[in-house]
Design a protein around this ligand. Structure first.
Ligand code: PLP
Length: 419
């Protein structure tokens, strides 16, 4: 950091200001977390310099014998952690991992069955603005209107009607557990590949806090930076029979040289996830999300699907008369960072939305527990009722008290922030 500060004070200032922003507010974006200084050290290392197209022992460049070790160690840890037959740590992101998985099994024009974005799916599961909806014939399922749980009857009916080559489950705003066995059964009935996009919840799987999709799925893709708490990136786990196809799709079909500093940082993170403390963390993430969801219900917000089994809650604001966009803005003004989110069957456009999504991964990393979640829910309730902003300072003071008691990156700030 000293070299950065000396050469480029502008960007050094951005790094310091962002650290201050992270420390100064409540980070409730369900897909974010505070990765460790050990992971950051690997990310900011000279491994960034190395070209290593290919895989350990089979590279297209010389001088890869050292970085090979990082990838081999990471793969071994991933296999151990997830009980996986094959692991690929090269995808640059979650979207790249999904692109590679589709590339391994689909050709342009093939049919893919995925969850609709407004019902909790992800852009890459078949929306028209993404490659997944542009290059493939994407059919979309959703949740039941009465329970707001995945409509497995609809999934089966659509699978029988459209005979997709691949079925994908998982998403970005699904508070409840997914029945992987049910998806496996449907996929088997129609001869489809079952892909689980576990980006949001793979950390809970790693911490043994929820059931694993690995025994059920042909392929599991995920991001490494959400609950998992690793570097920003993607990864793929699959059955041995698909290993060759997945590796070829990640490189050379979809990507060039892997980011070896990121691969090494993923290895560090996987070692962290193998420690007993990580299991405690994963359980606390869920307990906190449930406490937050219950607390927000007490403030008059309606938990979609009746609550949460995971790290996130989706709240319907319609009874409060506040839109998702207004809620996001009112909370942001007081240092509570969350996002507006469409709820299933939302009458509002996505840019306004009738809901908010909150997640517990980052505040749990800070050491907060259920009582803190109750306090956060009360602050959010106050912020939502505060149409004229007259109570913003009061809510902001409550936020400062909470983050002061549980600082992110607790080392006192010197000239060197965590990398
Ligand atoms: N899949 C799911 C379920 C996600 O939630 C996300 C990101 O939020 C992605 C894929 C894409 O990950 P990335 O933003 O790293 O491309």
């Amino acid at each position: 950091f000293d070299a950065l500060a000396a050469f480029d004070p502008d960007i050094a200032g951005v790094v310091v200001d962002e650290l201050d922003r992270l420390r100064g507010g409540l980070q409730l974006i369900a897909s974010e977390n505070f990765t460790s200084p050990a992971v950051l050290a690997a990310l900011g290392s000279t491994l960034s310099n190395k070209y290593a197209e290919g895989y350990p022992g089979r590279r297209y460049y010389g001088g890869c014998e050292v970085v090979d070790r990082a990838e081999e160690i990471g793969i071994a840890r991933g296999k151990e952690l997830f009980g996986a037959e094959h692991v690929n740590l090269q995808p640059h992101s979650g979207a790249s991992a999904n692109l590679a998985a589709y590339g391994a099994f689909l050709k342009p024009g093939d049919t893919l069955l995925g969850m609709a974005l407004p019902h909790g799916g992800h852009l890459t599961h078949g929306t028209k603005v993404s490659f997944s909806g542009k290059w493939f014939d994407a059919v979309q399922y959703g949740v039941r209107p009465d329970t707001e749980h995945i409509d497995y009857d609809q999934v089966r009916d659509l699978a029988r009607e459209h005979r997709p080559k691949l079925i994908v489950c998982g998403g970005s705003a699904i508070p409840r557990l997914i029945d992987f066995a049910a998806f496996r059964e449907i996929a088997d009935e129609v001869g489809a590949i079952l892909m689980v996009d576990a980006a949001h919840f793979i950390g809970l799987v790693a911490g043994k806090a929820i059931p694993s999709p690995v025994p059920y799925a042909d392929v599991v893709t995920f991001t490494t930076h959400k609950v998992l708490r690793g570097p920003r990136g993607g990864a793929i786990v699959c059955k041995a029979e698909h290993a060759k196809a997945i590796d070829k799709a990640a490189f050379p079909m979809m990507q060039g040289g892997p980011l070896m500093h990121a691969v090494a940082a993923k290895a560090v993170n996987l070692k962290e996830c193998l420690q007993p403390e990580y299991r405690t963390y994963a359980r606390q993430v869920i307990a906190n999300a449930q406490a937050l969801s219950d607390g927000l219900a007490a403030e008059g917000l309606r938990p979609v699907a009746g609550g949460t089994d995971t790290h996130l809650a989706l709240l319907d604001l319609q009874a409060t008369g506040v839109t998702g966009a207004d809620a996001e803005q009112r909370c942001d003004a007081a240092g509570i960072v969350l996002n507006k989110n469409a709820i299933p069957f939302d009458p509002q456009p996505a840019s306004i939305a009738s809901g908010i999504r909150v997640g517990s991964p980052a505040v749990t990393t800070q050491g907060m527990a259920e009582d803190d979640m109750k306090a956060i829910a009360s602050l959010i309730g106050t912020a939502l009722r505060d149409a004229d902003g007259s109570r913003t300072a009061e809510v902001a003071a409550g936020v400062r008290e909470l983050v002061g008691a549980h600082p992110a990156y607790p080392a006192p700030r010197s000239s060197s922030p965590p990398q």
